[in-house]
Design a protein around this ligand. Sequence first.
Ligand code: SAM
Length: 330
Amino acid sequence: MKLIDSFGRKIDYLRISITDHCNLKCYYCTPFSGRSHLERSEILTYEELLNVARAAASSGITKIRVTGGEPLVRKGVVEFCRMLSEIDGLKSLALTTNGVYLGEMAEPLFKAGVRRINISLDTLKPERFEKITGYDWLPRVLAGIRRAEQIGMHPIKINTVVMRGINDDEIEDLARLTREKPYHVRFIELMPTDSSAYGDYKSLYMPVEEIMKKINKIDRAQIGPATDSYGPAKLCKLPGARGKVGFIAPISWHFCGSCNRLRLTAEGKIKTCLFSQEEIDIKTALRSGATQMELINIFQRAVSEKPRRHHLNEKKHQIACRQAMRAIGG
Ligand code: SAM
């Protein structure tokens, strides 16, 4: 079975948020509205998540990414990943993490079938890390990245949200990590979501063209336009580098034409677009004993309702999401 939306896009990728809890308090990601966390009973159980994942795989989803909140804070995540990796039809299992627990969990996760990992890292400076996240755990994150590499996870993608006046002076240093290491270091434009950073959004936002200019100046090397595409990221290489530098620009470039994804929030809502307020409830069906076929029908409905594109770039500085990324599963 294939999931094709109303605009001819093949939908084969599902991002599953397993919790809205996080062990960091990144100020651009923590809800400003002070909304407290979901109650345990509101969050889908692993059994419910697996039922959804099986229905998704039977509908045509071939790639699942586990995210959050911070997925590694939820007890049982390794076993959950193992069960996900055994689902028929799934070809790829990935995970997005802040890396704090990766040192101890990379190996069990690898054994459970997780091969692809994205790690968020906005700075290489310990004090700045503490300022952005609220904790002095940069050494733990760096050790986690090394461990993931040692045990053979690939590709290792490092995601950096660029904020003017906060970490834009580290763009070059972060990009230089790719010289020695086979990492993809990807710079992401800050998105206007519900968070403490929203009030300063206009001054914090740095457009991708400006980020690329800084990369282009490294060692006076002209690295040319980033055209090698890898999902929503455009990739390029520093001369002689082992890894790649990527750019994800949801504000400057929209990549909706090739969007292949759905999101499942920890609360059991399917989001067809990160920036749409529309959500399709799957929890009620799950908790009233829906059959696999009924769950597949909900997926097909979600895909048929997927919008053609978001309009963030037209209303650049307006709040895009009434939720923080932590609540959606970025
Ligand atoms: N805890 C995991 C992590 O840190 O990667 C997964 C969840 S986190 C919400 C996923 C990604 O969303 C992180 O890379 C984070 O930097 C990014 N993110 C959060 N708020 C954002 C915003 N306002 N604009 C751009 N990226 C954002």
